[in-house]
Each structure stands twice: as C-alpha cells, then as structure tokens.
Design a protein around this ligand. Structure first.
Ligand code: IPE
Ligand code: IPE
Ligand code: MG
Length: 246
C-alpha cells in the first residue's frame, strides 16, 4: 500500500476506467548510469509493482501494461532471454500478493510462442485469480495491436465458415468480443514513458479514443506521484468523441 496522502489530490469521480501504459526507457535508464540494459529491466519491475499498487488503491477498473511486443524478438538473444527469465520470476514472486489484493490477471498477446513453462505459469496465475473482482490487470506479452486484430478477424472468419454467424452480424461489439480484452472497457488513458511519442503497435483497436499522455521520465524513474499527475490531467481533458464536448 502506498502512503494514502498521495491520493488526497485525486477526484475519484474523474478517474479513467481503463489505463494502458507503454513502459518504455528501461535501457536508457540503465545505460545512462553505466549499467547493463538488463539492470534497467529489473528496475522496471519495481516500478510496475508500485504502479499496480496505485491502481489497486484507487480501484481502477483495468490496467494494461506493455511488457513485450511482437517486435521485441528483434533484440539480441541475451536480452530476450533475460526478459523471459524476469517475466517468469515476476509471475512467481508477485502472484500471491496480487491475489491477496483481489487483482484479476490476464495475459494478452500471442501467448503460444512462449516456452511451455512460461505458458503454464501464465495459465496458473490466471486461474488463481479468475474469481477476483478488483483491478483487471492485463499484461501484454508477445503482443502486437495488428496481430491482435488479425487474430480476431480469423476467429470471426472461422465462425462464419462454420455457419455460426453471418457477415452481416459483424459490428464493433462483435469484433470487440474477439479481441484479447473482450468484456473490458476501451482504453481511456494511454501513458508512455521516456520521451518517444509513438504507439509502437499497442492496443490499436482499444485506444481509438484514448487520451494520450507522454512523459520524458524513464520507466524505472516513473513514480506513483507522476502516475497520479497523469490521472489528474486526464480528469481535466475535454473528451469530445467527435461531438462538441462539454
Ligand atoms: C522498455 O524499455 C521495456 C521493453 C521493451 C521490454 P526498453 O528496453 O525499450 O528501453 P529503451 O527504450 O531501450 O530505453
Ligand atoms: C514498446 O517499446 C514495447 C514495450 C514497452 C514492451 P519499444 O521500446 O519496443 O518501442 P520502439 O521500438 O521504441 O517503438
Ligand atoms: Mg524502448
């Protein structure tokens, strides 16, 4: 639990339902300190723990974090291996505490490309928390927005060929039901740390009307206070959804 004082500034009626975070800058944080990139990833895990705690304390409906993209396989083998090890340790170390905090975890992405061991850890963690009713915590792993859209399109095509639905029935709701975040609200606030202003193939479908918030702070340095700054700024935005707004 974070110090409750940090929440005094928050107007709980103006919080986003679904926050998504591109946790970027681990490598830059490390190399800037003469450390190996891997040290940045380890430091990044600590930040994630603190930010999830804020989500729990504020009872956000959903938090989705970008842990590994479909493009991240392009990195050197040693870095990919390190990330896989870290991922597996993170699940093992944190799942009990997450469960106690009533968090419901879901892994989103092309999960079948992970090792059988990691896949089992993901399934076990998901199973452990499946009846929880608190924050929906989505970990995007081997995730790509385009890949997700293609997988959803294939599932729909299969239902059509099996005669279960007709093409006329395809609409936003039906399509959404085939995405990895089926049943969850769309992304309201999308945060990216470390200064780059791009989406990098994250939640393309879900972020259609997300408010974007960028910071130069690297992910290991991103703090609960700055997360709260982003949530407060979100509350001040005039979301128009194509209409005329407030
Ligand atoms: C984000 O930090 C973590 C992952 C992509 C796994 P980076 O590793 O991309 O850090 P930078 O962007 O190189 O600083
Ligand atoms: C996006 O960061 C993916 C994750 C944070 C997991 P990248 O560092 O991979 O994105 P690019 O390469 O700068 O676009
Ligand atoms: Mg990066």
């Amino acid at each position: 639990m974070n110090d409750k004082k940090i929440y005094e500034r928050v107007d709980k009626t103006k919080l986003p339902r679904h926050v998504a975070i591109i946790m970027d800058g681990n490598g830059r944080w490390a190399t800037g300190r003469g450390l190996l990139r891997s040290a940045g990833h380890t430091a990044g895990v600590k930040t994630l723990k603190k930010i999830l705690t804020v989500a729990v304390d504020l009872n956000l409906e959903a938090l989705t974090v970008y842990a590994f993209s479909t493009e991240n396989w392009k990195r050197p083998h040693a870095e990919v291996d390190f990330l896989m090890k870290l991922f597996s340790e993170y699940i093992e170390k944190e799942k009990r505490e997450m469960n106690e905090k009533n968090v419901r975890i879901r892994f989103i992405g092309r999960l079948e490309e992970f090792s059988p061991g990691i896949q089992k850890q993901m399934t076990d963690a998901t199973e452990l928390m499946k009846n929880n009713t608190g924050v929906q915590f989505n970990v995007a792993a081997n995730y790509g927005g385009r890949d997700e859209i293609i997988r959803a399109a294939k599932k729909i095509a299969e239902k059509i060929s099996a005669g279960k639905i007709s093409p006329d029935e395809i609409d936003g709701t039906l399509f959404d039901g085939e995405t990895d975040t089926a049943g969850q609200p769309p992304v309201d606030l999308l945060i990216r740390t470390s200064g780059d202003m791009r989406i990098s193939n994250f939640l393309l479908w879900q972020s259609a009307y997300a408010e974007l918030w960028f910071t130069k702070t690297t992910w290991p340095e991103f703090s609960p206070e700055e997360f709260i700054d982003a949530l407060i700024e979100f509350g001040k935005r005039d979301r128009k959804f194509g209409g005329l707004g407030k």
